[in-house]
Design a protein around this ligand. Sequence first.
Ligand SMILES: *[C@@H]1O[C@H](CO)[C@@H](O)[C@H](O)[C@H]1NC(C)=O
Ligand SMILES: *[C@@H]1O[C@H](CO)[C@@H](O)[C@H](O)[C@H]1NC(C)=O
Ligand SMILES: *[C@@H]1O[C@H](CO)[C@@H](O)[C@H](O)[C@H]1NC(C)=O
Ligand SMILES: *[C@@H]1O[C@H](CO)[C@@H](O)[C@H](O)[C@H]1NC(C)=O
Ligand SMILES: *[C@@H]1O[C@H](CO)[C@@H](O)[C@H](O)[C@H]1NC(C)=O
Ligand SMILES: *[C@@H]1O[C@H](CO)[C@@H](O)[C@H](O)[C@H]1NC(C)=O
Ligand SMILES: *[C@@H]1O[C@H](CO)[C@@H](O)[C@H](O)[C@H]1NC(C)=O
Ligand SMILES: CC(=O)N[C@H]1CO[C@H](CO)[C@@H](O)[C@@H]1O
Length: 770
Amino acid sequence: MELLLQFSTYLCIASLLLIISSEANTDQIPKHYVVYMGSSSISESSHLELLSSVIPREEKKRVSLIHHFRHAMSGFSAMLTEREASALSGYDGVVSVFPDPTLELHTTRSWDFLESDLGMNNNTSAHLSTKSDIIIGIIDTGIWPESPSFRDEGIGKIPSTWKGVCMEGPDFKKSNCNRKLIGARYYNNIQLTSSDGKNLTLTKAVTKGSPRDSVGHGTHTSSIAAGSIVNDATYYGLAKGTARGGSPSSRIAAYKTCSEQGCSGATLLKAIDDAIKDGVDIISISIGLSSLFQSDFSKDPIAIGAFHAEQFGVMVVCSAGNDGPDPYTVVNAAPWIFTVAASNIDRNFLSTIVLGNGKMFQGIGINFSNLTRSKMYPLVLGEEVAAKFAPASEARNCYPGSLDYNKVAGKIVVCVNDDPTISRKIKKLVLQDAKAMGMILIDEEKKDVPFDAAVFPFSEVTNLEGHQILRYIKSTKNPTATILATRDVTRYKPSPIVASFSSRGPSVLTENILKPDVMAPGVGILAAMIPKSDEPGSIPIGKKPSLFGIMSGTSMACPHVTGAAAFIKSVHRMWTPSMIKSALMTTATTYNNLRKHVTNSSNLFSSPHEMGVGEIDPLRALNPGLVFKTELEDYLKFLCYYGYSKKNIRSMSKNNFNCPRNCSEDLISNINYPSISIKTLGRHQKAKVVTRTVTNVGPTNSTYIAKVQAPKGMVIKVTPNKLVFYGGIQKRSYQVSFYNNDAQSGYNFGSITWLDGKHYVHTIFAVNTK
Ligand SMILES: *[C@@H]1O[C@H](CO)[C@@H](O)[C@H](O)[C@H]1NC(C)=O
Ligand SMILES: *[C@@H]1O[C@H](CO)[C@@H](O)[C@H](O)[C@H]1NC(C)=O
Ligand SMILES: *[C@@H]1O[C@H](CO)[C@@H](O)[C@H](O)[C@H]1NC(C)=O
Ligand SMILES: *[C@@H]1O[C@H](CO)[C@@H](O)[C@H](O)[C@H]1NC(C)=O
Ligand SMILES: *[C@@H]1O[C@H](CO)[C@@H](O)[C@H](O)[C@H]1NC(C)=O
Ligand SMILES: *[C@@H]1O[C@H](CO)[C@@H](O)[C@H](O)[C@H]1NC(C)=O
Ligand SMILES: *[C@@H]1O[C@H](CO)[C@@H](O)[C@H](O)[C@H]1NC(C)=O
Ligand SMILES: CC(=O)N[C@H]1CO[C@H](CO)[C@@H](O)[C@@H]1O
């Protein structure tokens, strides 16, 4: 949506300019472009020379770098016409040139959810006792430094490896940084100011910037990853408990690149470059391109930035996106990115509906309803209170303008959710505006994500319960109901389940890497919030704006994994990003708290395309036994197999890397990744053989035996199926052969687990059989 909005704004500007300057062609109007030049070390003046070689002399003003990427990677962004951009892309050393894309925050403001327990494991003693000098860079909407989650009591000196800054703004002072929030940067928005097509100049935003968060997203994600321990955190009495990040003693550096409207890709790339230079250990990005407009890796700022971060030993963790449950919606799917799907947790929020006949339904939602069981209110369907001339289909859905306010006042209205473009929040506002008493929403799809209706009585039920309520309404002359205040229930079963909104694999870019990688809590997460009071009715009467808020999205799942990775890194300082990723992947669980296989929100078996290899278990991940190291060479080979030109791959690698002679897309399955994906395997076709190498990080002398769980109709062999580590031997390789005898066509899933009696090293595979 945001992207579309951006596009149309741009078109508006563009057509305006056309009218003013009739000879200007759209492809001659300069736009913000990113020019990516790999790892080459080229000076600013050479970049400027490059620019002036394509920009006409009379438009010299445009020979200026908006962003200059010069630490971890090489390149710049500038205002270019389409023709100039295309000319530049042919130059030596230029890997790609692409228009600055707008990326989305992976949460939706209308989804204000609920749930607490930032802990991924109830046994938190291990997390809490660890001192951590790990620095987490959060690239997001900035930070609200006054939140109790960013206090620095009990936290040691600022790590000596920190080389960043605390930028000031009108509402942000150097003293807002401390030993917890050690750094903050912001980037000015780029604005086009011009009245003619030729003299388009650009000015940095007139208003002075600041790292302060005015959206809430960055404050929330930062506190999930590394918030300090805050006792008695609550959202107006709900989800009461201790709030804390996954690694409460890690440090936070905030990079503000986004506003509520989205994020400039060029700015994001600049922030990644800065964060690497500043000395962060892990970068957390709850942002991505829209799944509808995914670019190739060489034109995706997050993929480019993460590739170079990896070369500097900096891990990049990203959200998978909120475009589920359709397949092929996962974003941030490059193999050097840790891609996170979202699950619920074992807490839910029930809002009881009581009907006039005494029947009760446990709907889901957060509310501060002041209704009681002793008084009932008239109950109507949206279409029964439709405005004159409003189509019944719109009134059923409680669309804006479709209801007769006089008929709605004082009643509880039942609405359906046929069309997801009108959000729950809008329907609620319609009814609240009409002075309805409350709302019952029938919605199969989003019920797994509790909606925060604040003071308005609200409850959401499935189609099954909805039918019973409809039957009751039809069965009586004066149907009545009430909706009681929300209760939070813990130890909710089953959990985890895959959130319906979580984006699904496989990746549209390559099906030979399994994505998403893992799953973490992302539904109804209680974390730090900016205390806002601008929305009427969002705060219960007599209460102050809450310092904590409940949100859902893969945006919230991502920093859980960031915090877990920081926790592991604080114990295993020398582990590389791929070792930490492997440890979190091979120890993840595919079982829920009923000891059954994890399901999705339709109560069906959840596949690795929904949840990756499973829900993370950070305590187990401390001691994985064996790890898969994915090295730079693996990633460069990946690019060769994927089809990048040898010239571009050379630009991206520092040392002169040569692609293998034989490159084909199916060799991607062979890079040393902690999971296996095979895009196609024909029936009775020669067995597909994949090699993996494990590194022993457990006891020096150990023996592992492979246990295979094969899907029906497939023959899977592991050779050797016993790995012996002794003396100086740390690494062992093995091969897995996949043979399709008569497997059912489509994706088949299974696992190979290495066991030594103490550790299990669980690897998941996905094979698309034809
Ligand atoms: C953690 O487990 C203990 C019992 O082992 C229980 O008393 C406590 O309430 C649990 N805490 C949370 C936040 O679930
Ligand atoms: C919690 O974790 C610690 C350290 O991992 C362990 O020693 C302890 O037994 C655990 N306690 C519970 C209740 O699981
Ligand atoms: C562009 O701006 C310069 C001065 O900044 C002016 O002299 C020139 O006429 C302008 N060109 C057009 C096409 O308006
Ligand atoms: C749940 O998984 C099944 C397949 O196992 C799929 O058909 C269904 O669409 C999924 N539902 C959701 C909400 O993801
Ligand atoms: C509930 O509170 C609202 C104000 O938020 C008030 O207008 C209404 O009368 C109250 N309803 C009942 C039943 O107390
Ligand atoms: C190249 O790879 C293909 C498929 O991966 C394989 O069949 C072929 O034998 C290889 N050729 C050489 C020369 O290695
Ligand atoms: C490991 O095995 C070697 C013999 O292969 C033995 O010499 C050594 O003591 C063993 N080390 C441990 C820690 O058991
Ligand atoms: C979360 C929630 O709903 N809290 C309040 C709802 O309203 C009742 C009664 O007014 C309160 O007791 C709850 O604390």
